[in-house]
Design a protein around this ligand. Sequence first.
Ligand code: ATP
Length: 436
Amino acid sequence: MFLAIDDTDSPNKMCTTFILTEIIHDAGLDIIGMPRLVRLNPTIPFKTRGNASLAVQLGKGVGEKKKIGSILGKEIFSYDSGQESMDESDLMDIAEKVIYRYADLDYEGTNPGIVASKKAFDPAFYWKTVREVSKIDEAESFVMRNGGRFRKIKNGRGIIGAAAAIAWPRNTVTYELLFYSDDKGHQIPRDLKFGLSQKAETIPGTFNNIDHENRHAAIFPDQSTPVLMGIRSVIVEGFLDNVLKLDGISDIHYSRFMLYETNQASDDHIIENSTHFEDFHSYRIDGIISITPYSINGSHYFSEMVSDGKRIKIAAFEPTKEFRKVFRQLRPMDIVSVYGSIKNGTLNVEKMQVKTVSKIYERKAPVCSSCSVRTVNKGLNDYRCPICGKKVDIPSYELIKREISPGLYDVPVSARRHLSKPFSLLDRSPRTGDAF
Ligand code: ATP
């Protein structure tokens, strides 16, 4: 039985992934496959943080099992396959009780949804929800049409994400290992955070652990949440063991951990080859830069490109830090592919391929052919050699050295989106298909 939940947390309280661990604990069932942490359209205004939704397949495990977690001292295993062992409404009762116990229901934007289904859903709803905007009634009819059941708390918007998590086709799979504390206000010293991020970076397959340039330990959340630490990997074999062996890991005093399969770093949110561009959608746009970048307050940089006859405003905002140094070197006629989401009519660049850089010539006073010194401009088409006085009437045009070259440019780790696949991962592509 698939059980999925979404929209249980607020910016100051809880995390939906923690609530899922509690449901797994209370249900006392086996996990078939791995719990899913599915990121959805990153531009959705209702999101609290990273627009995550959660699903897990629960039942009576059959076949081989592997350890994937620990909840309050109890080891959690993943089974290759399983049989049904609880009906939808009993499982949803358990989920509902846990949500009422932990969710931040006083917060206006918290609108939990629970979805249960005996089978995976049609992937069409995942693609719609990761790339576009879905409605609550659309999710309701989709779940019913596909033989599932749902429960809504408050306006129940969470059923959108929950249904999408069951519909995720696992086309590109990466992994995240999350560690939690049951102890509110638990603090981890800065040095320990930085040290663990550096050590995590040495584990094969892990990514987005640390931002050296900005001294950012990216595996630790910035906000208040029961999540202590999250490490991501494109490789599952040995991942959990390698993390648990990290020197200093027990110093973060975790009370639970869980390994999830995810759609992170998949670029699933990116729409390619589109000819029209709208807010709340993310695209790859191929085109030609049409204006020299300019800045606002020296912190946000803007430019424009033309693609298929359409002008698109593009931006590198302050959080993209050193990426802006590359962005501001763009010049008209450079050929690029940019990736990012459109908000207020502007595409926020999250990575960029510079395909060709244009040749830019600067008009200069010519060099005297007799004395090899640069002439002096005396007026329109009148250049004079300061040594022999010879007159030259044609200026020279000299190629300017460009400060950017063709290549792949990522934003720094601290500015990366969960769904965005860094170019630096291209040579370590996430595997497609089964997690194990
Ligand atoms: P966290 O990452 O901390 O768990 P969050 O950022 O996932 O929080 P939620 O509190 O889950 O944010 O809120 C996101 C809400 O947006 C959910 O109700 C989800 O169902 C809904 N949602 C997600 N994707 C879409 C979409 N494409 N269209 C409409 N609603 C969506």
